[in-house]
Design a protein. Sequence first.
Length: 338
Amino acid sequence: MKSMSREIGIDLGTSYTRISLRGRGLVLSEPTVVAINKITGEILAVGNQAKEMLGRTPDSIVAVRPLKDGIIADFEATRMLIQNLVYRVVPKSLFYKPKVVITIPSSITDVEERAVEGVGYKAGAKAVYLMEEVMAAAIGAGLQIERPEGSMIVDIGGGTSEMAVMSLGGIVTENSVKVAGDKLDKDIVEYIRTRFNVLIGETEAEEIKKQIGSASSAMTEERISVKGRNLSNGLPETVTVTTVDINEAMKDSLEIILKAIKTTLEKTPPELSSDVMSKGIVLCGGGALLKNIDRYINEQTGIPVFIAESPTECVARGVASALENIEVLKKSTKGRIV
């Protein structure tokens, strides 16, 4: 086996897990979902196949999201997920175990860190190194974080929103809130339940968010029909929701993310704040794809806001870049690189 496959980067996200290989970059992206036979404990599906089973399984099968708010909620399911995805891109070998870099939220506790390390070793890693998501995101978004000037990244993922101001290759100020894409989906589910007395699934809510969701008032009001279950009579029902409805549903959660961004800016030294004012804020993560999110943050902060190229892949690309540069890897990960 070539050495370029012995260093693996894992962007372990609440919604998606992405795998990078040294020498090859990003090679796999799958939903962070595992389907398990409850009777035998056998893994039935991982990723896209497992996601299709959410809410559709019989009693003997459970489809689970093993991470919650960026943190491992189901250790064994996470181990099976990582092991399965890694073996797809690097065939299992009796002769070596790979070195693995796994991304973590900045708000993670020591106990949660050890859980991530543990799941990496259990999945077959020789060594496990941890890299903060915002650091990986900044590298993947192409920010010049090594320079003596402030750069700000905001990563709105599935379980957490992370934001940081960086300079001279390190994090100067950072913040994290457990409000992101998944919470916005739940907000939509709750809004439709409250207003229309109809229950829809989070998968349908995510699709609504993608199609007509907007962080601020849109130029044109769009509409979409969605099927759900009437909570009064239990029968299927179709309701029509608008951009205004979805904006109202997400309003409170978006304000929490905005407040975290403002708090990060308030804690930033004045010299670096002026850099951010002139260079702007870079958005990445799945939340960066929400319509008008850049305009919303710009209107509320007065700072230019830019969406990174391929925003959902920034963290994975950052890990891949670190795997190619041992000095970057040493600076940005926890653990000894050997």
